[in-house]
Design a protein around this ligand. Structure first.
Ligand SMILES: [Fe+2]
Ligand SMILES: [Fe+2]
Length: 299
């Protein structure tokens, strides 16, 4: 089916939903400003201070074990300087995403879902470094957010989605393929609708929409390829999110691998399989980071 037809089906699922979690407009604005490399730091601090809940959240996270600040940080400006503007963007958006969906019941294990999401984020960041991607933290955040459409489908189409997941256990069908058969759309198109509703910057929208078809990415093909390879690694080597997945790379993963090779600044292993096993050596460190982040975000 054409992507356009899948988008129509995804929008249909959204039509009658009135209790969709929202991200406050001010948060979208702060994230867009932080995406703009010429943004004025003082203006961003003022915006954050205009929202007490957001300001309190920034202070809480900067003082969490993740950042090991030593002395308590009590001002938003110092928090921004300490964490860095790029990381603060990722922290704000991720914490709203986790909070928005954390208490929504699902037909799958939400903890596994978050571990998968944060693992894909951490692996994406590592691949971004290896390919000299210009915004490593953006790759990290895009990795965390890539599967948001699953949370929507799992909550708002709970019975059908649960039935679908049960039906593919012990089969070679992937979640993506099964979603398409059941809904005529997948978590990619649904995730894009959600990301657009939340006014995510377009680079993130493209990854959410194309992480299973990264060859379709036009705005930032390297970012889509990074997340596609990280996702494949996590599904086949580390953590399944909703059900176990096939571990043989398909055409989409091979395409993503070719894109990574075009951009690599350090020699990459000879094949995608070798590359994935090289990442495993770093997995202990990555898993530690993920545990720390997971605890901070779900406090
Ligand atoms: Fe996915
Ligand atoms: Fe995924």
């Amino acid at each position: 089916m054409e992507k356009a037809a899948m988008m129509i089906n995804a929008r249909r699922l959204f039509k009658d939903i009135s209790d969709l979690p929202t991200i406050p407009a001010i948060v979208s604005k702060v994230v867009s400003m932080l995406d703009n490399h010429d943004a004025d730091p003082d203006e961003i601090v003022d915006l954050i201070l205009a929202d007490q809940v957001l300001a309190a959240r920034v202070i809480r996270v900067v003082n969490s074990p993740l950042y090991r600040t030593g002395n308590p940080i009590t001002s938003v400006k110092r928090a921004l300087l300490f964490i860095g503007f790029k990381s603060i963007r990722e922290m704000i958006l991720t914490s709203y995403f986790v909070e928005g969906f954390n208490h929504k019941t699902q037909p799958f294990d939400m903890k596994l879902f978050w571990i998968h999401s944060f693992s894909v984020g951490a692996i994406s960041r590592r691949i971004a470094q290896m390919t000299d991607y210009q915004d490593v933290e953006k790759a990290y955040l895009a990795g965390i957010l890539h599967d948001i459409g699953k949370v929507f489908l799992g909550h708002y189409c709970k019975d059908e989605y649960g039935h679908m997941l049960n039906s593919i256990r012990n089969t070679s069908l992937t979640t993506y393929e099964a979603e398409y058969e059941s809904f005529g759309t997948t978590h990619c198109e649904v995730g894009l609708c959600l990301a657009q509703r939340w006014n995510f910057p377009s680079g993130y929208c493209e990854v959410i929409s194309n992480h299973h078809s990264s060859e379709m990415a036009t705005e930032d093909p390297l970012l889509a390829a990074i997340v596609a390879v990280a996702d494949f690694y996590c599904l086949s080597h580390v953590t399944a999110d909703t059900v176990a997945q096939a571990s043989i790379p398909g055409q989409s993963e091979e395409n993503a691998w070719n894109v990574l090779n075009q951009f690599a600044v350090e020699p990459l292993p000879s094949s995608l399989e070798h590359f994935l096993s090289a990442l495993e050596e770093e997995y202990e460190t990555i898993r530690y980071e993920v545990d720390q982040l997971f605890n901070t975000m779900t406090d």
